[in-house]
Write a protein that binds this ligand. Structure first.
Ligand code: B12
Ligand SMILES: Nc1nc2c(ncn2[C@@H]2O[C@H](COP(=O)(O)OP(=O)(O)OP(=O)(O)O)[C@@H](O)[C@H]2O)c(=O)[nH]1
Ligand SMILES: [Mg+2]
Length: 397
């Protein structure tokens, strides 16, 4: 099966009209398209950087606050400058974009503009027809980031075609798969350790615990502390084989929209446990490239998840907990509490956080593994808990 079509959607700078694009995103996802959503109030530079790193087929822009002729044209000009004219641009903005404007925009290279009254089905058909064809041979990459992005796509496509996939649903082959997976993890670990100087840190935890917000705050600290350093983020969101996905972590990330950050959003494409079938190979590629850190964020996970297989594929694992996990009984069931190097109680601004800290502390004491427990408020800037976590992560001893 070919990989799903990947597109990026965004709303321009100084524009907060995200209601239309949220509806359109959902419709695209429902029709098998993977949508990397960058969010609203995004600059031309942020959009083009993200599109190249994510190696999408096209960028869909929803614009309501005016200036669309210039904004769309600037996106196209920057794509050309970066050698990424294979990435197409389309969009809409209801009645704020007139027919005449659309003619001018198409002349500057925009593929299509959708007007008020267009059905969602029409837009989805357009995307499938125009951006769903197999890619032709691509010209040589202009930058190392573009080259890396193409390689990551190649890896994901190979898995989508079933080249090396180990299907979770094929129960009769489960034993063989486990052996293959373990070998793959061992090999990958060996490869990563031998080929990279990057420190690989895995973040996991339940959906909505604040993993992305926390990573973005850590990235800010890293960028400030290392004027020339580079960091990569491999972020995961859930999807079923052959179906679409909302790859939405970029929308939460403000500081990570930076030339020194390479971010790639992956759908799990049917694999349970928090990562994608292609994650290990993609991680190897990233770890071999010139990054100081590679951060992996899993999808929101459940009690049984151990995505980093007893810390095998990463140097350090961080479990981000929501204070509202239930009671002590639930804590006994969370496998990652035994495996994580660092446990974070995020949202410690919430009322239950103090109790959560005490309960988790007692749970960790039973492990006798010297695991660290930190309280954070990731959504607050300059949070001392996040500072402490950053110290722990950047301590290479
Ligand atoms: C809803 C709305 C709001 C909501 C936004 C909620 C949100 N989170 O999005 C609120 C109330 C917050 C709001 C605020 C403002 N708004 Co307002 N808003 C609208 C309104 C009524 C509808 C826009 C909409 O979402 N339509 C629903 C979509 C699904 O339908 P559609 O627009 O017809 O789009 C079709 C296609 O174009 C296509 N499409 C759209 N985008 C894309 C993208 C892609 C990739 C594709 C494929 C297709 C596509 O999808 C639709 C298919 O039928 C319009 C008026 C109007 N009737 O258009 C004003 C309007 C856009 N707002 C306007 C203004 C001025 C503002 C404010 C500045 C008001 C103020 N003074 O505070 C603020 C600014 C907000 C900000 N931060 O940027 C003006 C813009 C004027 C202009 N550009 O010249 C408008 C036109 C109202 C007006 N007549 O004055 N607004
Ligand atoms: N109250 C409070 N809210 C927070 C804090 N950190 C993050 N949030 C909010 O929690 C919500 C989820 O945050 P994310 O960072 O997207 O969480 P996540 O764990 O990455 O979510 P998934 O990737 O969907 O699993 C957002 O609305 C954040 O603003 C915090 O410290 N306190
Ligand atoms: Mg997230």
């Amino acid at each position: 099966m070919p990989s799903p079509i990947r597109i990026l959607t965004a709303v321009p700078i100084c524009d907060g009209h995200d209601s239309a694009i949220n509806t359109i995103n959902l419709e695209f996802i429902r029709h098998g398209i993977e949508v990397v959503y960058l969010g609203y109030h995004r600059s031309v530079g942020d959009i083009v950087r993200a599109a190249i790193q994510e190696d999408v087929r096209a960028i869909g822009i929803s614009s309501y606050n005016g200036g669309h002729i210039e904004f769309f044209a600037e996106v196209i000009a920057l794509l050309r400058k970066r050698g990424a004219n294979n990435i197409k641009v389309f969009g809409g903005g209801g009645g704020t974009i007139t027919q005449d404007d659309a003619v001018a925009m198409k002349r500057k290279g925009v593929d299509n503009i959708f007007f008020a009254g267009t059905s969602l089905a029409e837009m989805t058909d357009y995307v499938r027809k125009h951006y769903g064809r197999p890619r032709g041979k691509r010209p040589r990459s202009r930058s190392s980031d573009q080259d890396l992005a193409h390689k990551l796509t190649g890896t994901e496509d190979a898995y989508a075609k079933g080249k090396r996939r180990t299907s979770n649903s094929d129960k009769s082959r489960a034993g063989v798969q486990r052996v293959t997976l373990n070998k793959k993890i061992r090999d990958s670990k060996f490869e990563i350790r031998n080929s990279s100087k990057a420190r690989v840190i895995g973040f996991t935890g339940p959906g909505g615990a604040g993993k992305t917000t926390l990573i973005d705050e850590l990235v800010l600290r890293f960028l400030n502390q290392n004027p020339n350093g580079r960091i990569a983020i491999l972020s995961h969101d859930p999807s079923v084989i052959g179906e679409g996905a909302l790859l939405g972590d970029r929308a939460t990330m403000i500081n990570s929209q930076n030339d020194r950050v390479f971010m790639r959003s992956m759908a799990t494409r049917g694999q349970a446990g928090g990562l994608s079938p292609a994650t290990l190979d993609c991680l190897t590629l990233l770890a071999r490239s010139a990054f100081d850190y590679v951060i992996i964020e899993t999808v929101g996970t459940g009690q049984e998840a151990m995505p980093f297989q007893k810390n095998g594929i990463v140097d350090q694992t961080v479990l981000v907990m929501n204070p509202d996990y239930g009671s002590r009984l639930q804590l006994q069931k969370i496998v990652m509490l035994d495996l994580a190097d660092i446990v974070v109680v995020n949202k410690s601004d919430l009322q239950r956080a103090r109790t959560a800290h005490t309960e988790i502390e007692q749970r960790l004491e039973q492990n006798r593994r010297n695991q660290r427990l930190i309280d954070t408020v990731a959504k607050r800037h300059r949070d001392p808990g996040v500072d402490e976590l950053f110290e722990l992560i950047s301590d290479r001893r």
